[in-house]
Write a protein of this length. Sequence first.
Length: 329
Amino acid sequence: MKKSIVALAVSSAALASVSAYAAEDTSVDFYGNIQYAYSSDTSAGTNFQDNGSTLGVKGESKVTDDITAFFKYELEFKADQQDGRGGDSSYNESKLDQAYVGVKGGFGKVTVGTHDTIYNNAIQDAVDQFEYLGMSSAKGSSQGDTITYFSPSMSGFEVQVALQTKGTDTTSGDDSTDNPNQEAGYISGNAGMAVLKYSNDLMSVAVGYDSRENTDKDDPKSTSGIAVTVTPMDNLSVTAKYETQEDTKDFLGLAARYGYGMGDVYGSYTNVNVDSSQTDNDSYNEYAVGVTYSVNSSMYTYFEIGNFGSAKEDVGSHTTSVVGVTYVF
């Protein structure tokens, strides 16, 4: 029996054991997905690849009748080939996708660890909505080392605040990357994020800010934005967003998504307006459309096509199309 199968069997047995012997107020679940995509790009050719397959475990347990503790740990892995098995290649090495612990209750929710930033979720996700393709957005803080608070809904209003801390580097006397615990390309210190949301049955509005104070060593630029989503019917949503990255770029985005019963049809448009102070100040447009089809409750396929990039970039303006399949378990 292959080592990977043995390891999976041992892990599954361990998880089953945890679930079987956990207290009545505790739950642990194992989950994941396998994703494949075949893409064609006018500047990069064709490629068959993994599109972000993951394995994870999550759980929660009662602290009191009103407070629950929870956790999530998720790894991303390459599922399209065996490169790296028994060799020096790191192609097949797993990498962390999400990992956090927290508590929740009537006061809201607090998390500590790594997950998508509150700014990304509130402002960017509805326009950058694709399975494989990606629309340009303003830069934000990296994931990780973050304490986040989510308030409960109060008459439709929600407040979210986050602090990302990369500690204090005392090895060099300044904010450098001499400390091996600091990420390359980032400086030590703290970065704050805040989001204010309002939603009702017809629409939702989110305003967000990301200070980015521990990114871009030479000159960190803050990012702020607003996103408005209207849902005129249960299966249709329309979103508009505006983002500005201080003295760098502005982003205007539009998106729509319609559920047709067996999947979704969706499309997005983004205008990137580069500040005149930038060396490459060529503004450009991006647009893409896609459709998903549900094979059953666990598996779906999709097709996406879009045009991206500035004519002055190294890659240049290019068209990408992709067909893919995802199985969720």
